[in-house]
Design a protein around this ligand. Structure first.
Ligand code: ADP
Length: 398
């Protein structure tokens, strides 16, 4: 039901539209009359009909056609200002009114098409605004998801770094006896040489030459002990991830120095084949040392039960394609069971009674985070070979 207010509005609007039609036709009449006889009678009436249809619609348009036809008949067809109905007059009026009706219909269609176009445009506008709002919302959601993921990644990296540190410390504590021995040796030498030095000085006259030699040895041994302690501290320290250009052979030598006593204790002979022209790599010193340490300690442990052949651990560094430095650690220990190979690098996979199975998993994570690869193969005769390859540094520091 329409409210009275709306009905009144509609009536007023309708009256206005018909009023415009009447005024337009009347104006056409006045202008045409005032310009007579220089103009044709019909064109301005056509214009009035077009205006009436455009602003009022088909109703006022038809009204304008009828009104204009009557006025034409009255003012222009008959010379006496009456409504003439003879055939010639009717034919003249029909010649005007049919095209006029047709024009009115075209104008109406045109107006409808424009209206439809405007509505479609408005609808499109609304849709575009809706879609934009949706996209904006989706974008915000995406941004917050990205932020959330970044936070999770940071937490993950932190946990990984903590875990790497923990396993490093655990490996070091496993090596505690050997390391204590490694530090103890120079300390014992210092004490003995110190004693000898005191004796050289107590002689009358004091043997200064021998005393000087003793002091030089004390300094050498002290430096050796301090080097070992420095290396242990370096590996046990909780450092932040710090990349720099590194010489792989240098890292290998430092790890070997740490494992010297462990090799002796386990009667393992170490064979090194290090390429002197090895290109530099770009990475974190402590983390890469941890990988070498893990692989060497695993190799030593794998040979624990070997009694019928020489226990030999070999470490090799070489250039490899494409643009890589490759390190291999080969032992002649128990080797790998075929079903083991695919699980070796999984966290907590261990076959050792006291093992925790994190060494290889962490080593692989470290190597991969350096853009490299770590893998294991079984040797044809005895034991296993663990190898990792890292991209060589391009010198850009990244
Ligand atoms: P863990 O040493 O605590 O067991 P790792 O991740 O370092 O943890 O090693 C996982 C397992 O991989 C070991 O328990 C062992 O079974 C196997 N493994 C690692 N290195 C060797 C090797 N050189 N020879 C034979 N087996 C190995």
């Amino acid at each position: 039901m329409e409210t009275p207010n709306t009905v009144r509005d509609r009536v007023v609007l309708l009256a206005l539209k018909y009023g415009i039609a009447a005024v337009a036709v009347a104006l056409a009449l006045l202008i045409t009359q005032s310009l007579q006889p220089t103009v044709f009678p019909t064109p301005l009436f056509f214009a009035a009909i077009v205006v009436s249809t455009w602003f009022g619609g088909i109703g006022p348009g038809i009204f304008a056609v009828i009104f204009a036809t009557l006025l034409l008949d009255y003012y222009f067809v008959s010379a006496t200002r009456t409504f003439s109905v003879h055939p010639a007059a009717l034919l003249y009026l029909a010649q005007f009114s049919f095209p006029a009706l047709l024009s009115s219909w075209f104008v109406k269609k045109r107006k409808d098409a424009e209206q439809a176009l405007k509505e479609a445009r408005d609808q499109l506008d609304v849709k575009v605004q809706q879609r934009t709002a949706e996209l904006r919302e989706a974008n915000q959601q995406l941004q917050s998801e990205i932020a959330e993921r970044q936070r999770a990644e940071q937490a993950f990296h932190k946990t990984q770094a903590d875990l790497a540190h923990l396993t490093r410390v655990m490996t070091m504590s496993e090596l505690a006896t050997s390391i204590a021995h490694e530090v103890n040796q120079p300390l014992a030498a210092i004490v003995t040489t110190g004693d000898a030095c005191a004796r050289w000085l107590a002689l009358d006259p004091p043997n200064l030459g021998r005393a000087r030699e003793s002091v030089a040895r004390i300094i050498t041994e002290g430096s050796r002990a301090s080097e070992v302690v420095k290396r242990i501290r370096g590996l046990s320290k909780k450092t932040t991830f710090q990349k720099s250009t590194l010489h792989m052979n240098e890292l290998i030598h430092e790890v070997i120095a740490l494992l010297d006593a462990e090799l002796v204790k386990n009667k393992v002979r170490l064979k090194t084949e290090l390429d002197p022209d090895l290109p530099l790599v770009f990475g974190d010193r402590v983390q890469l040392q941890q990988v070498i340490l893990n692989l060497m300690v695993n190799g030593i442990e794998a040979m624990n039960d070997v009694a019928n052949r020489a226990r030999e651990l070999s470490i090799q560094s070489q250039k490899a394609d494409p643009g890589r430095v490759q390190v291999s650690v080969q032992d002649c220990g128990c080797g790998l069971e075929p079903d083991q190979v695919e699980h070796l690098f999984e966290a907590f996979f261990t076959t050792k009674p006291g093992g925790i199975g994190m060494g290889l998993s962490i080593s692989r994570t470290i190597v991969e985070s350096h853009g490299g690869r770590l893998w294991a193969t079984t040797n044809p005769d005895h034991g296993a070979t663990f190898q990792f390859a890292l991209p060589i540094s391009d010198g850009s520091g990244s």
